[in-house]
Design a protein around this ligand. Structure first.
Ligand code: PMP
Length: 284
């Protein structure tokens, strides 16, 4: 069944949707995006995603293509039109189409695109068995806090992981883990503290990361926001990643070494449960 997607003011069949070859997303990766989870037909933590969208746009000198209320109306309409019960809603704003020129055009009209992807998020078999990851050098640019569509290094890392027969890659810079190819990376120490990289321009400020750290603190779990090395991760008692669609997903193997006993740890499993409970209760 072809999906209905949204492009610049219109809901259209995915096979009919068109964007200009001069769109700056296509020529310069001059675009930012957000992915919100959908569960039971409702958006999870969407206000936080739209707040980060506004920030990403602002950092690149772009403004919101319409009001936040209008964006939410379009998102909900798209979920409804596609009968999406569980999955993801992708939203992208580019600077728009303009003749090819490195300088930002002054008068381009932003391109707004949205589409849905149906997928089981809650009963994800990968979360039950845990992820195996490899470590790779972080080859991205220095403003990873801006959620741009320049995803080639992440795409290469994920492909390298798949070629190595594992699920994902953790990116490493100066001996320290930055984040996963499309998620934030966390470890749990022997004394039950969560260690996760501090916010800065080296990582994306994950919306799920923020929610999960808040839930952890409420559970009485200490959180240390600082860099950690691959060695520290390998000798941790647990490891996990967070993202809008993975929620909390245990990591059980790094570069072939088992983490803890090599199965999803109790804190990771508990945080996944708590996050899903919160997401179900607050999705709207
Ligand atoms: N880091 C990177 C590099 C990502 O691509 C993502 C997911 N888009 C995340 C972290 C997780 O962010 P969020 O929890 O907002 O999905």
């Amino acid at each position: 069944m072809p999906r209905t997607v949204y492009v610049n003011g219109a809901f259209v069949d995915e096979n009919e949707a068109r964007v200009s070859v001069f769109d700056r997303a296509f020529l310069f990766a001059d675009a930012v995006y957000e992915v919100s989870a959908v569960i039971a037909g409702r958006l999870v933590d969407n206000d936080a995603h739209l707040a980060r969208l506004r920030r990403s746009l602002g950092e690149l000198g772009m403004s919101m293509p319409c009001t936040e209320a209008e964006l939410i109306d379009i998102q909900r309409e798209l979920v409804t039109r596609n009968h999406l019960d569980e999955g993801a809603l992708y939203l992208q704003v580019s600077r728009g189409a303009a003749d090819r020129d490195f300088r930002f055009p002054r008068d381009a009209t932003p391109t707004l695109v949205m589409f849905t992807q149906a997928r089981a998020l809650i009963d994800d078999p990968v979360a039950a068995r845990g992820l195996s990851v490899i470590t790779v050098p972080d080859m991205r640019w220095k403003r990873r806090d801006i959620k741009t569509v320049a995803l080639l290094p992440a795409s290469m890392a994920r492909t390298q992981a798949a070629d190595a027969g594992v699920d994902d890659a953790w990116m490493v810079e100066d001996g320290k883990v930055t984040e996963g190819s499309s998620n934030n990376a966390h470890i749990v120490t022997a004394d039950r503290c969560i260690v996760t990289r501090h916010l800065g321009s080296e990582i994306l400020h994950g919306i799920t990361r923020a929610a999960v750290l808040e839930l952890s603190r409420r559970e009485g779990i200490e959180v240390h926001e600082r860099p950690f090395s691959v060695d520290e991760a390998m000798s941790a008692s647990e490891a996990f990643v967070t993202s809008a669609t993975a929620f909390v997903c245990p990591v059980v193997r790094i570069d072939g070494r088992a983490i803890g006993d090599g199965s999803p740890g109790p804190i990771s499993r508990r945080l996944r449960e708590l996050y899903i409970e919160m997401a179900r209760a607050s999705a709207n």
